[in-house]
Design a protein around this ligand. Sequence first.
Ligand code: RRO
Length: 307
Amino acid sequence: MSAAAESGSAAAVEFCGLWFAHRVINGSGTFDALAARRVFGAALAREFPFAAYVSKTITLQRRDGNPAPRLWEAAGGMINSIGLPNKGLDGYLAEDLPQLSELLAEAGPDGGSVPLITNVMGSTGEELARLVAACDERAEIAAVELNVSCPNVKTGLDIGADPKQLEQVVRACRERTRKPLIVKLTPNTADVALCAQAAEAAGADAVSLINTLRAMALAPGTTGSSRARWLGGGTGGLSGPAIRVVALAQVAAVAARVELPVIGMGGVQRAGHARDLLDAGASLVAVGSESFRDPTIASRIARELSS
Ligand code: RRO
């Protein structure tokens, strides 16, 4: 039976054994659903913009995030250096997860729930595997996304930038869950398709890309060799329209090299941009920075893609 027939909706798609009402989701950390519910109330569930909801990144321990300033407006985008502020695994499971699952149950089509994808990050394979194991125990979590754009505590290199290290880490996580495992690839690497192949070899169910491109800004008003960096974290990640063409190239390269479904993202502002990523081989598209400007944009993109 086709996806559309099985789910009862013409736009519905199957993704790693889950049913999504359409092809548009959010990029992790770009839409705070609980804050949005405080602002928009019941209207948020009635008109939930995403076919699945990806949580912001969760770490084992609680984190305050980077010192301010955390944002810089760049040409055609922004640099963020948020630094993973979050309540830690225990806080997420105890406080956010019940609220998110209540919201997503109200937001689902035809009495179903919007699937929740929990995004996790650790600075070692063992940390990531512990996070994955904890998610595996919770029925409210439909799938886990590994954020591998974190420096390894020993080498200082991003875990996801080195195919060998990535393969080891994903293998360790694969052993801890039967839920769909999505690996969010970093674009800050020599060969992103090689990293995607490593994730596939280690048993990932899907890959998502691109995370932000490493970037920095110097503080206005400072001069010479002592110029200070603007962002409290020193460097940050560039997102927005400026990275759209990079995302398209990386999604096409990855989709050509792996059998896994690909979630494409990077600078999507309109249905045409989403269509480009789908035509390049993505199965789903995520909206990121544009949701800050217009929190309803993903709904419009989904509608236009379906029409
Ligand atoms: O929190 C952040 O600063 C952050 C994360 Br975890 C990420 O994956 N990508 C990004 O641009 N910022």
